[in-house]
Design a protein around this ligand. Structure first.
Ligand code: FMN
Length: 247
């Protein structure tokens, strides 16, 4: 087959690809704009299916999805956050601490659904194909489920916020999660007033988005471009700098 035909053959139609990139570049971590509008089970089911179809090492599917709607449970988790957030603020100094304290870093009580995505480290027994040497691969698999859900939710018009500022064991105790299971992500999910164009940590001056071409190395860690082929990729990255803003 002609190589041109091969590059086209499995590619999605232009509008479909645009929809994918639109989802990727417009996904945001949402903390402050949640509304109480209920999320229909059908919508929640679709995003859970998206999560469940994430890649996983050895097809281990180590995740569970703990759907939390009761105000009582949310209050308990919010207390864990509040305590940890006070501790976290103390870890920064001066202006950084002032900036930290001004940030809203969760939407636990305002979002209609909280969802804890976990990783069962014993699922499918031992050994697990692909996890024979790098034992953390099960954790990364559950993270893939988080990202799938996050993107699907954005396409559905749902905001998602990841809350990680709490003690892991306290969260486990609160949600009755057994020893061999790790809480990977505690997510706040709901419809939102608006989605921000950029990460809040960027617009509020916490950190800037890094330059992608400075993060691409060749052949080894920190390997710099030394061939025309390598330099061409860097030039292409720079030329496409505005690509994410096109969607
Ligand atoms: C593993 C992980 C943990 C995070 N934990 C928190 C958190 O505890 N509180 C918070 O406000 N945002 C949290 N975030 C969201 C990031 O701050 C956010 O993704 C980043 O600033 C980029 O913004 P964006 O997601 O809107 O593009 C977390 C994100 C990830 C991937």
């Amino acid at each position: 087959m002609e190589s041109d035909a091969l590059t086209e053959r499995h590619r999605f139609a232009d509008a479909e690809r645009a929809a994918l990139y639109k989802t990727v570049f417009n996904r945001r971590d949402v903390r402050g704009q949640f509304t109480s509008t209920p999320v229909a089970d059908e919508v929640l089911a679709r995003v859970l299916y998206a999560a469940h179809h994430a890649p996983s090492v050895g097809f281990m599917q180590p995740w569970n999805f703990l759907v939390i709607r009761s105000q009582e449970k949310k209050q308990q988790v919010h207390q864990l956050f509040s305590k940890a957030n006070r501790e976290a603020a103390e870890m920064f100094e001066g202006e950084k601490q002032t900036a930290y304290k001004s940030l809203k870093l969760e939407g636990i009580l305002e979002s209609p659904i909280n969802l804890c995505i976990t990783c069962d480290r014993t699922r499918t027994g031992k050994p697990v194909l692909g996890r024979t040497h790098m034992k953390t691969m099960d954790l990364y698999s559950s993270v893939c489920a988080v990202q799938n859900l996050w993107l699907a939710a954005r396409a559905e018009g749902l905001g998602v916020g990841w809350v990680s500022i709490m003690h892991e064991q306290e969260l486990k105790d609160t949600l009755n999660i057994p020893e061999h299971v790790v809480p990977i992500a505690y997510l706040c999910i709901g419809y939102v007033e608006h989605f921000k164009d950029k990460p809040e940590l960027e617009t509020k001056g916490w950190l800037p988005r890094m330059n992608l071409s400075e993060l691409v190395n060749f052949e080894q860690w920190q390997g710099e471009a030394s061939t025309s082929e390598q330099e061409q990729l860097l030039e292409t990255l720079q030329a496409l700098e505005s690509f994410p803003t096109n969607f």
